[in-house]
Design a protein around this ligand. Structure first.
Ligand SMILES: NC(=O)c1ccc[n+]([C@@H]2O[C@H](COP(=O)([O-])OP(=O)(O)OC[C@H]3O[C@@H](n4cnc5c(N)ncnc54)[C@H](OP(=O)(O)O)[C@@H]3O)[C@@H](O)[C@H]2O)c1
Length: 317
């Protein structure tokens, strides 16, 4: 098969489309003919050789943790899905390889709703899982009447966490750089500039209490988020490794045996069908421009996801 790959660590120009062995699903997995994939921060770190898993990463490596496509092989024991089903989900990169290829094996997935385009669906898997996991950990539930602050709300995970929190009945304050106000309010949040001084700016908005805070950005705001809420137990970080030293929960990944947010994919699909959820897509690149896609995904301002369209790799798709 043809796949986007890199055979050495480095800047985006190490990426190219080359041939690779086809993957096949193991028990409980499905293989898809991939239509779209996406670029996530973990892809950028792996490619640059800046990931902790650098030494264990087999090269050449196919990037991409999210994908959408059509099931063409079923692993043993998979029930409720058939060859030909349109699905979206995510790969387990460490075990199964990446998704920016003609074929990818999904570790978890849900039916692609008609309301999500292929571009949206191919970018949703890990961001929906991560956002769902974080909101579950924070206890954001419909009956709770929660005010939630999301720091780093305009990127891939933040823009999705924001919508899923609104769907759970939360009032959301979302931080972004100046100029992101319209984007954030369009997703249902009260916009707030990011950077030091969050408590003062929250008070200036007339918001009297913040019940929970989600740090997506990992930009050093944890002490302010703790002071805004009623303590570290009300804060979760996805990206700040100093969290545990402050008694803030650091939630890392869906493959670590901890409760995960995979159930969120079907929830997001249902919300999309009701017009209550979409995946903000900042840009779409063909596979031949994977290097440009990586360069764009690593550059702010971020407004949702960067997508790679793989359809040109399979003539007739
Ligand atoms: N723990 C997990 O399970 C998990 C899963 C997925 C991702 N992550 C991590 O979560 C982080 C975010 O992922 P993502 O996909 O959302 O990345 P992304 O799309 O690149 O978004 C990053 C966001 O952070 C914002 N930001 C930049 N500087 C900031 C600051 N000083 N204060 C507040 N916000 C700031 C960006 O805004 P501008 O672009 O406007 O500056 C953007 O909205 C990454 O570190 C990623 O590795 C963790």
């Amino acid at each position: 098969m043809q796949a986007v790959q890199f055979d050495r660590f480095g800047s985006p120009d190490v990426l190219g489309v080359r041939s690779a062995p086809e993957p096949h699903p193991g028990p409980g997995e499905v293989r898809i003919a991939v239509r779209t994939s996406a670029v996530s921060p973990v892809d950028l770190a792996l490619r640059a050789g800046e990931s902790p898993s650098r030494d264990s990463l087999a090269l050449p490596h196919i990037p991409g943790v999210d994908a959408a496509g059509v099931i063409d092989e079923l692993g043993e024991g998979v029930e409720g899905f058939a060859i030909g089903d349109e699905v979206f989900g995510a790969v387990d990169v460490a075990r199964l390889g990446g998704a920016s290829a003609q074929f990818a094996v999904l570790a978890f997935w849900a039916v692609k709703p008609a309301a999500l385009s292929w571009e949206e669906a191919g970018a949703a898997g890990t961001s929906v899982e991560t956002a769902t996991r974080a909101l579950d950990l924070l206890g954001v539930r419909e009956e709770m009447d929660t005010t939630l602050l999301i720091d780093g709300a305009t990127g891939g995970v933040g823009s999705i966490a924001l919508q899923l929190a609104v769907a759970r009945g939360a009032r959301v304050v979302g931080t972004g750089r100046p100029g992101s106000e319209e984007f954030l309010s369009g997703l249902g949040a009260t916009p707030l500039p990011y950077g030091p001084g969050l408590p003062e700016r929250v008070r200036a908005l007339g918001i009297s209490r913040v019940d929970r805070a989600l740090d997506v950005a990992g930009a050093g705001s944890l002490d302010e988020l703790i002071s805004l809420t009623n303590g570290p137990q009300s804060v979760v970080t996805l990206a700040d490794f100093t969290g545990p030293s402050r008694e803030v929960r650091l939630s890392l990944g869906q493959f670590g045996g901890q409760p995960d947010g995979r159930h969120g994919l079907a929830v997001a699909a249902d919300l999309a069908e009701k017009g209550l959820f979409h995946v903000p897509v900042q840009a779409v690149f063909p596979a031949s421009q994977a290097a440009e896609a990586h360069a764009a995904a690593g550059t702010g301002p971020r407004r949702g996801k960067t997508v790679i369209d793989l359809t040109a790799l399979t003539p007739g798709l």
